[in-house]
Design a protein around this ligand. Structure first.
Ligand code: PHE
Length: 449
């Protein structure tokens, strides 16, 4: 039975766009390149792609089967499927993860907003990479400016989520994602004209397998979870809004392919620029924000393209942040019977508080650190490399071992209609490969094996 207070997606295309909108975001364009840069390029890409297929996609499907079969949120789903057990604790874990991610995601989205404004003012015109980097540092060190932008982003996200599922999310996703891809491809074409093109391409596509180690594989796995929005109940929540039957494995594989392609395309757009303008690939979270403006600075129509690019990146970030919001808000509405608006307001205030801490910790010389990392890096590492992975591990154990087989089968195949042949391999992977693989990677990183 569908709960009247819950929204639903009206069309398969709308669902597809919302799911893609959640997956495609700063993770593809900001996080992937900087992690690939820090982890040796090609080898990282190979491990990343392998993990998308072996771990990421099966988990997306796992989360989808849970939400689709219950039409409930992260806590309610587990309560329904495994009553009188503690499995609903996984739901609480995902709420914490979502909150943690929003804390730093909003900071990067704020940076994106700032660059959008700079692009409008034409501030990148014929600037050198060094000048762009210096003015970026000035911005992050100013303290209040990044806070202003990230709080603005949080307020805007809240406003959209408060308007509800159909009107809010579906509309935004439909139009803008394809436009973002077009722009990225344009940037790739421009990359081919840069002096560092060959170096950039070989950095990204020539794997040096000696770079593979426990830390790098964990980074790659964290990135897979992050970029596919998996391990924190977002896919679970979105799938609970799906009313139409669909070929779920096919549509989710499509999302994974789109998501991975966008990460690779942004790598092609960025690394040639990194080598052309003498930026260190290991620069970290600032990488994209220095490399791309340097490209726009010397491109014909650079200012206009920069404007379009940052506008779309901001929207991609927005659709991802909306999905995290939606997961937490859906839970609050269901659990506490409060209004959507109230849930959004409480959440926004809490996220803004965390985001201010993350933002201030980015000021050079800031003493806001936790376990030796500034708050921003701490939230990023904690959520991607630990919380998301723990969430994914629990989901795989749940779907593989606890979820009743007949119910799982009916949801996965839409009552025997689609992808029946894939059901057995799926169960095998989610039962054995995912939990064992995830545990091994994790244990090897923390030095236990
Ligand atoms: N997948 C989003 C991105 O790549 C971020 C995200 C993570 C969204 C987790 C929802 C849940 O930007």
């Amino acid at each position: 039975m569908k709960n009247q207070n819950r929204g639903s997606f009206q069309t398969s295309f709308g669902t597809m766009m919302a799911v893609t909108g959640s997956a495609v975001g700063l993770g593809n364009i900001w996080r992937f390149p900087f992690l690939a840069g820090q982890n040796g390029g090609g080898a990282f890409l190979v491990v990343y792609i392998a993990l998308v297929i072996l771990v990421g996609l099966p988990l997306v499907l796992g989360e989808f089967t849970i939400g689709r079969s219950t039409h409930k949120g992260v806590v309610g789903s587990f309560k329904e499927l495994a009553p009188k057990t503690k499995w609903y604790g996984v739901g609480y874990l995902t709420l914490i993860t979502g909150f943690t991610i929003l804390g730093f995601y909003s900071v990067i989205a704020g940076w994106t907003g700032r660059f959008l404004v700079e692009a409008v003012q034409g501030n990148f015109n014929s600037q050198s990479a060094a000048a762009i980097s210096a003015s970026f540092k000035e911005f992050t060190n100013s303290g209040y400016l990044p806070i202003l932008y990230s709080v603005g982003f949080i307020a805007f996200t809240g406003w959209i989520v408060a308007r509800g599922v159909e009107k809010g999310i579906e509309k935004f996703n439909k139009i803008l994602m394809p436009a973002l891809v077009v722009l990225l491809v344009l940037l790739c074409i421009n990359s081919a004209t840069l002096g560092g093109f060959a170096d950039g391409m070989s950095f990204l596509f020539k794997p040096d397998f000696s770079k593979i180690n426990g830390g790098m594989v964990l980074d790659a796995m964290g990135q897979v979870f992050f970029t596919l929005s998996v391990g924190m109940g977002v896919m679970l929540t979105y799938s609970s809004y799906v009313t139409k039957e669909e070929n779920m494995p096919r549509s989710k594989a499509t999302v994974a392919i789109i998501d991975t392609s966008i990460a690779i395309i942004s790598g092609i757009a960025i690394f040639p620029a990194v080598f052309t303008f003498g930026i260190a690939p290991t620069e970290g979270p600032q990488l994209v924000f220095i490399a791309l403006p340097s490209v726009f600075a010397q491109m014909p129509f650079g200012a206009a393209l920069a404007f379009l690019f940052f506008a779309m990146l901001l929207i991609a970030a927005l659709t991802s942040a909306i999905s995290i919001y939606e997961m937490i808000v859906a839970y609050c509405i269901e659990e506490f019977s409060i209004s959507r608006l109230r849930a959004v307001i409480y959440l926004s205030i809490s996220v803004a508080a965390l985001s201010v801490l993350a933002s201030v910790s980015q000021i050079e010389g800031s003493s806001l650190t936790i376990l030796g990392l500034n708050v921003f890096d701490f939230l990023d590492t904690l959520s991607s490399n630990y919380l998301l992975i723990a969430g994914g591990l629990f989901v795989s154990i749940f779907v593989g071992w606890v979820f009743r087989k007949d119910r799982l089968y009916n949801t996965f195949t839409s009552h025997g209609k689609y992808a029946v042949w894939l059901f057995k391999p799926f169960v095998f992977i989610i039962r054995y490969i995912v939990p064992v693989g995830v545990s091994l990677i994790f244990l090897s990183k923390i030095g236990l094996i």
